[in-house]
Design a protein. Structure first.
Length: 261
């Protein structure tokens, strides 16, 4: 039975049970119960487990060394769900203390399983939003890594910070403008679109794109931004027509270049 097959009272009871069990494992320096929850088929059970790790680490700093030791031991566990949940748990800690968990992400970027690498993206998103300075410094190290998937994951991972503080990530995105890999370029264009429809972000994105040299990727990005304002019309600050008018006035007219038909 899945977590959301339970009624509300049963769900609350289960959350308490998971928190108690995980705290007991940490105290006893054992991992049987942690492994059971970290490997559960239900993604919500795994989420409760890694959030429990984060809460314990934040509320009981004296327990953090034990927590990190346990997570280190599970970082190479033979079940990808366990490794995935380890990275999500490290992300909970990294929202406040990235230095203590940085090595988890150095390792997991190259995990053989996509679920673990996707957990890196998700964790970088939430850490970058709450604790941007060290996380973005770390991300910069991998912007030009030979592995295209690493570059793509980093590009995607820094997106969430850009939705509220585009000025923090636009210089990093600019470094990818001449990437030769289609998958990385698609992610770059996607991230620019995801940033630009948020409040107070379109102007900053457009101004920054004026400094880019790769006009082909800029055109793709502007097309994506216009499209996003239609796809997310219920959430965009501007409607599509307003976005088109803004881009026409503040990009195409200012650089004295005609947009493609």
């Amino acid at each position: 039975m899945g977590f959301y097959d339970l009624n509300k009272a049963q769900r609350l009871q289960l959350v308490d049970e998971i928190n108690v069990a995980i705290r007991a494992d940490i105290h006893q320096t054992t991992s049987d119960r942690i492994i059971a929850y970290f490997s559960d088929d239900d993604t919500y059970i795994r989420k409760i487990a890694y959030q429990a790790i984060g809460k314990i680490a934040a509320g009981s700093p004296d327990m953090q060394p034990k927590i990190l030791t346990l997570l280190d031991e599970l970082l190479t566990f033979n079940n990808e769900k366990v490794r995935q949940t380890v990275i999500n748990a490290a992300g909970e800690i990294g929202m406040k203390e990235f230095g203590n968990v940085e090595h988890f992400f150095d390792h997991a970027l190259f995990d053989e399983h996509h679920a673990v690498r996707n957990a890196v993206i998700g964790s970088v998103k939430k850490m970058g939003e709450k604790n941007p300075e060290p996380v973005l410094q770390w991300a910069r190290k991998y912007l030009h890594h030979p592995d295209q998937e690493v570059r793509r994951e980093i590009c995607h991972g820094i997106e969430l910070r850009g939705r509220t503080h585009p000025q923090d990530i636009l210089p990093l995105l600019k470094e990818l403008q001449f990437d030769k890999t289609a998958r990385v370029k698609r992610t770059l264009v996607h991230v620019l679109g995801q940033i630009a429809y948020k409040k107070n972000c379109l102007g900053m994105v457009v101004e920054h794109l004026k400094t880019w040299d790769n006009q082909a990727i800029v055109r793709q990005a502007l097309d994506e931004i216009i499209d996003v304002h239609h796809r997310y019309k219920d959430f965009s600050v501007l409607n599509q027509e307003q976005a088109i008018a803004y881009i026409d006035k503040h990009y195409w007219q200012e650089i004295q270049r005609e947009p493609l038909a």
